[in-house]
Design a protein around this ligand. Sequence first.
Ligand SMILES: Cc1cc2nc3c(=O)[nH]c(=O)nc-3n(C[C@H](O)[C@H](O)[C@H](O)COP(=O)(O)O)c2cc1C
Length: 192
Amino acid sequence: MTTTPAILVFAGSARRESLNKKLARTAADSARATGAEVTLLDLRDYPIPLYDGDLEAESGVPENARALRRLMATHHGLIVVSPEYNGFITPLLKNTLDWISRPDGAEDGLTLYRDKVALVLSASPGALGGLRSLQLIRQLLGNLGVTVLPDQLAVGRAQQAFSPDGTLTDAAQMAKLNAMTARLHDTLRALY
Ligand SMILES: Cc1cc2nc3c(=O)[nH]c(=O)nc-3n(C[C@H](O)[C@H](O)[C@H](O)COP(=O)(O)O)c2cc1C
């Protein structure tokens, strides 16, 4: 790679006090410390209607989905940090990734995903940290053509998991996150 790896980080929750947004910020800081160029997105800033084929036929891909697609196109890596709802992917995350995957004029929505490498993380007030959905997010990203790295992190009891400076209080978890972002950085450097 001749350019600095660029990594897009976002959470699958729009909630203002989202624990996953907190973890996304921690992951973004960690990725930035590897030397990567990092963009931290808040999907709250990109409201998109629920996918509806009639809406798409009448008005095309919503402008906010197009904006996200343009952002994705300028990044090599993704860090997706999401809660689970009933052990499943959140509607926000699914809807966002679905809209981005749609063809838009001459653009095939899937080509964009194919050269991306991703990490998946989750946070929850529960003990398992949203672990059950990580497999499903992995599967969804894989279906889109994204290469998802094997290491993942689920932060349980997440209301108590963060220091005031945004790092994880559990040193082992923080070390794991740093190792994951370092591996993402190294993989992107090797690939591009
Ligand atoms: C519909 C719904 C289903 C949920 N199901 C789960 C679940 O299966 N496992 C879990 O750990 N937490 C579950 N939760 C709790 C969320 O983890 C919790 O609300 C969390 O704070 C949401 O993430 P956020 O803080 O990033 O918005 C659920 C919450 C909602 C609203």
